[in-house]
Design a protein around this ligand. Structure first.
Ligand SMILES: Nc1nc2c(ncn2[C@@H]2O[C@H](COP(=O)(O)OP(=O)(O)O)[C@@H](O)[C@H]2O)c(=O)[nH]1
Ligand SMILES: [Mg+2]
Length: 294
């Protein structure tokens, strides 16, 4: 073993909802990527950085490969997954420890053979019978060569140190890419919009979250106080009414949950104002998608 510094990028890939973003947050040690029970919560590539001694991990979270909800937005999301795979040192392939499905294999088949792959079998906390992992381990080991296969729980923190060690072994020798202490490549404006979007995903029913996006209209900082003005865009007036809720109550709950998370992340007071606006057809409009950063 050499003692030189190691650093590299690790793309976190997998089908929707296996826990990629939860795992990114756990590996980074801070919540930076939004998560929810709904598939396709993540729409942007986001980098999470963790520096431990002479090793720097640059994790890249990706949207799950999209199959439902065909749209221009989803075509862009799939492109972003393919691009993320083109230029990384290690791939962290995440599957649900309960079962392997065709969509898992499809994602794995996108990984070029020369890139080392670490497999994480996530959500083992949810398995009633841990011995069910054994046939799954064998099934996975037969798919290709892996740098390691590690059962984990992103939510409970189980075996994350082991996972990190296996990833570290696969990283190239290189000086760090980011200053120590950096957590992400994204700015506070981006994180604020994402945290509002997370609450919309968590607090609304099945269809509406997919018809929404969030923009930041103004972001001001005075010392430790941040004043953030955000807009949630929906496709139709009827969706706006649902988002607002009776007397605006639902929107108030969304805004205050987002504010609490942002205060934790930024370490200061946040004043957050959220408006709901109708913008018909935003997810099919290339100009609008460009402006929103997709
Ligand atoms: N029981 C359990 N649930 C998890 C675990 N990791 C993630 N989840 C849940 O799985 C859902 C999807 O997680 P998310 O990180 O958004 O998945 P992604 O679409 O792959 O990014 C969320 O409801 C998470 O709370 C885990 O280790 N155990
Ligand atoms: Mg995600």
């Amino acid at each position: 073993m050499t003692a030189g510094p190691r650093c590299g990028t690790i793309a976190i890939v997998g089908r929707p909802n296996v826990g990629k973003s939860t795992l990114l947050n756990a590996l980074v040690g801070q919540k930076i990527s939004i998560t929810s029970r709904k598939a396709q919560t993540t729409r942007h590539r986001i980098t999470g950085v963790r520096t431990r001694g002479a090793t720097q991990f640059v994790f890249v979270d990706t949207p799950g490969f999209q199959t439902k909800h065909r749209s221009r937005l989803n075509a862009r999301l799939n492109k972003s997954v393919r691009e993320a795979l083109g230029d990384v040192d290690v791939v962290l392939w995440v599957v649900d420890g309960a079962r392997l499905v065709q969509a898992d294999r499809d994602v794995l088949s996108l990984v070029p053979p020369v890139i080392p792959v670490v497999a994480a079998l996530n959500k083992v906390d949810a398995l009633a019978d841990k011995s069910a992992l054994l046939p799954l381990l064998a099934e996975i080991a037969a798919l290709r060569e892996f740098a390691a296969i590690v059962p984990v729980s992103a939510e409970k923190g189980t075996q994350l140190a082991e996972l990190r060690d296996e990833i570290a072994k696969a990283l190239p020798e290189s000086p760090p890419l980011y200053p120590e202490g950096d957590l992400t490549d994204r700015d506070e404006r981006f994180l604020a919009a994402e945290f509002v979007r997370e609450k919309v995903f968590r607090q609304l029913g099945d269809e509406i979250p997919y018809a929404t996006t969030v923009g930041i209209d103004k972001f001001e900082q005075e010392g430790d106080l941040r004043r953030i003005f955000a807009s949630v865009y929906v496709e139709k007036a009827s969706q706006r009414a649902i988002l607002l809720g009776e007397g605006g109550g639902r929107m108030k709950a969304i805004a205050s949950a987002a504010r609490r998370d942002l205060e934790r992340l930024f370490g200061g007071t946040v004043y957050l104002e959220v408006w709901v606006r109708v913008k018909k057809g935003w997810s099919g409009d290339d100009g609008a998608l460009d402006r929103m950063g997709y």
